[in-house]
Structures are given as C-alpha cells and as structure tokens.
Design a protein around this ligand. Structure first.
Ligand SMILES: NC(=O)c1ccc[n+]([C@@H]2O[C@H](COP(=O)([O-])OP(=O)(O)OC[C@H]3O[C@@H](n4cnc5c(N)ncnc54)[C@H](O)[C@@H]3O)[C@@H](O)[C@H]2O)c1
Length: 378
C-alpha cells in the first residue's frame, strides 16, 4: 500500500464547502482513461504523474493505442473498456461527447467511479440516467468542469462574493479561436459548457432561461458561431456568452461588470489572469444642472489591480480531487448533478436555437402564466 500527499486544492473552497483533498492517504487507485485523443492524453499525463495512481489507456482506434504505448510503455492498454474494466476502480471518460453516456454507464453499472468530460452527456435523459446509475451503485460520478478547479475562477468568485464590485450588472464571456470543428456537436455544446459552468459557479445558481443566436458558416453539420444569453433569476442579471470556431483571434475571457467596479479574467494571460478595474459609470440628472445638453452619466476612474494568484494546472487539481474523492468517499465538488444542470441548460439552447425564442431550462422553477404569455407574444 502506498501513501500519497495530493496537491489538489478543492474547487469548493470558495463556495463554502468543506475543504479537503490536501493530504489524503490511501491505497493505489487504478484508473482507465477512455479516449486517448487531444484531451485524454492530457488526463493521462496528469494522472500518471500522481503517486499511487495506476493508469490504463483505452481507445478504440489502434493508431491512438500505438501512440499511447510509445509514450507510456509501462501502462496497460486496450481497444475496449470491457477488456480492462474488471481490473480498474475508476474511469475517466474523454471520448467525444456522443459516447460519454454509453462508456460511463458501462463503468457505473459495474460499480466503477467515473469522471466524465464536459458536456456530461448529449441529452438530459442520458445525463439523468448516469446520475441515477451512480447513486444506485454507490459510486462517484464527477463532471469534468475544469474551470471550477481553476484558481483564477475562484479568485473571481471571491471578488464577487466580497461585494467589492457591488451588484453584478452583467457577465460577458468570449471563447473564440480558429477552433477544432466537432463531428458530433455544435459550437455551443463544445465550448459553452465551460462558460455556463463558470457563470453558474460565480453566481451560485443555474440560469432559468436562455436565448440563442447561432449560425453555421462553414460545412453542412453544426453551427460554428453562437451568442447566448443566460438569464439568472436570483442574481437578477444576465451572462452573455460568445463562442466561435471561426475567429482569427484566440480569446478566453470573462468580464464581470459590477455597479462599483469591473473585473476581467483573461485566461490567455500568464501572469495577470485577473484585473480589477476601479472604474464605473453613475447616472446624472441633467435637470439638476439646468443643462439639457449635459451628459446623462458621469464616469469614475481609478486603479487597475491584478491580484496574485497561486496557480496550479486546473486539470491536475481536478483529477487529484477525483482521486481524493475515491480514497476518502467525499462527494466531488462537481458531482454528476452539476453536469446534469449544465446539460439542461445546453438542451434549452437547442430549443431556443430551433424556435428563435427564449427557452426555459428544465428543472428550473416553473414559469408563471404571465411569463408564458409574454414568451408566446415575443
Ligand atoms: N475540459 C476541457 O477543457 C476540455 C478540453 C478539450 C476537450 N474536452 C472534452 O474531452 C473530450 C474529448 O475531446 P478530444 O478533443 O480529446 O477528442 P478527440 O477526438 O481528440 O479524442 C477522442 C478519442 O476517443 C476515442 N474514442 C471514441 N469513442 C470511443 C469509445 N467508445 N471507446 C474508446 N475510445 C473511443 C477516439 O478514437 C479518439 O482517440 C470531449 O468530451 C471534449 O468535450 C474537454
């Protein structure tokens, strides 16, 4: 038996949940990474760097297995999960989204823990079945919401929760690049899970409704550019999300505009991921000055501060947390239910895109009759 000290910091530190995962001890954990593509190879890198973790690689493509064997000659590998499932404790599902449910359910029903990449599944029914299977079999289902294990996102939440920004007027997010066109989903299901997970984490609630503009510019399959509006009821605010596979500039940014201050999280910056702008705009009443041509607002400007952030690779933090949860029995900070919430929002974006109207997120509080009338009339 080996004893390890994990480097993981819990994503929920700032969400007020029980800190954990800093010094957990336990026996070897055997994990199969299913899907050794772009992202699965990164899981393989971080998991194989952890003491007390044995990693097996599964990919249905023999060429990917050959590549994996060159990089990890000691690791067991297989073309099908069934060949190795009896010898592992857990799986990390990093296949394309359409295969998430089938692979994860195979593992969960055999009593194996599962960490599933975003989006948890491609339908609400599949995501619900996965959550139920984990509960029935007494194992963990964790959603791979990497940004909820990102120290910059925790800092952003800390700043919002401290009240420094004042009331959040709106959030604006951009995730743009000349991106990898996916075969089995549109740009919303591919990229927006990150921004929906960030916005829901920051505001502590799931949006009640969404509105979408999406368009396919290239190819015949899926929309490659989209704009989303997420409506948050308790916070009385909106998040606007722009996602694109068709943009010359790589951008990964979240801006939170508050009544008092504004903050920008730029994931492309190495050393200034968070910048707090002490700027704002206040309304003025022109009649107060007796000048009808006066500006309707006045501007405040002050310092721009970039707080220090102790940054660890989010994927390492996330996967360490998964291993810790297996060892300690603690519930993951992003359990399957969180993944299901995000899939519900994504499913609502499909309805909004198809109808051209705002769509309510299933599972949120029922719309009032007046809201439904307004929606039909819009
Ligand atoms: N959290 C993040 O920041 C992040 C970043 C990128 C991708 N992802 C997610 O990771 C997942 C994988 O994305 P990718 O870009 O690596 O895809 P990819 O196409 O590069 O790799 C997928 C691999 O899965 C294999 N595969 C497919 N079905 C399989 C099955 N049933 N059994 C075994 N192997 C199978 C394929 O052969 C391929 O090698 C997606 O869900 C994606 O959304 C997450």
């Amino acid at each position: 038996m080996k004893f390890v000290a994990s480097t993981a910091q819990p994503a929920a530190n700032l969400a007020g949940r029980e800190p954990g995962g800093l010094t957990t001890f336990g026996p070897d954990v055997r994990v199969a990474v299913v899907g050794y593509g772009y992202w699965g190879s990164k899981h393989m890198r971080v998991l194989s760097s952890m003491p007390g973790v044995q990693v097996t690689i599964v990919d249905e493509d023999p060429e990917r297995i050959a590549e994996a064997r060159r990089s990890y000659p000691q690791a067991e590998s297989a073309l099908h999960l069934g060949e190795v499932l009896g010898r592992v404790d857990a799986v990390v599902v990093a296949t394309p989204p359409a295969a998430h449910a089938q692979v994860a359910l195979q593992a969960l029903r055999q009593g194996r823990h599962a960490l599933v990449e975003k989006p948890l599944a491609t339908t609400v029914a599949d995501a619900q079945e996965m959550v139920d299977a984990a509960a029935t079999n007494g194992v963990h289902l964790m959603a791979g919401h990497t940004f909820e294990y990102n120290a910059a996102v925790w800092k952003l939440k800390e700043i919002i929760d401290s009240g420094e920004l004042g009331r959040v007027l709106y959030i604006d997010a951009a995730r743009l690049s000349l991106g990898k066109y996916q075969r089995d989903c549109n740009v919303i299901w591919d990229l927006a899970p990150h921004d929906i997970s960030i916005a829901t984490f920051l505001l502590g609630e799931v949006p009640r409704s969404t509105w979408v503009w999406a368009k396919r510019h290239v190819g015949h399959r899926h929309a490659d550019v989209a704009y989303l509006r997420l409506d948050f009821e308790k916070a009385a605010t909106h998040a606007f999300v722009h996602v694109s596979w068709l943009d010359p500039c790589k951008e990964r940014r979240v801006t939170v505009v508050g009544e008092r201050k504004m903050v920008v999280y730029n994931d492309m910056s190495d050393n200034e991921r968070i910048r707090v702008y002490d700027i704002g705009v206040d309304p003025t009443d022109p009649d107060d000055h007796g000048e009808s041509h006066a500006m309707p607002v006045s501007y405040r400007t002050g310092d721009i501060v970039s707080p220090f952030i102790q940054f660890n690779e989010p994927l390492l933090v996330q996967d360490s947390h998964f291993i810790d949860c297996i060892r300690t029995g603690a519930k993951p900070n992003t359990p399957g239910e969180r993944g299901l919430d995000i899939v519900r929002v994504l499913a609502a974006t499909d309805v909004a895109e198809a109808t051209g109207r705002p769509a309510f997120v299933a599972g949120s509080s029922a719309p009032s009759a007046a809201e439904l009338v307004r929606e039909v009339a819009s």
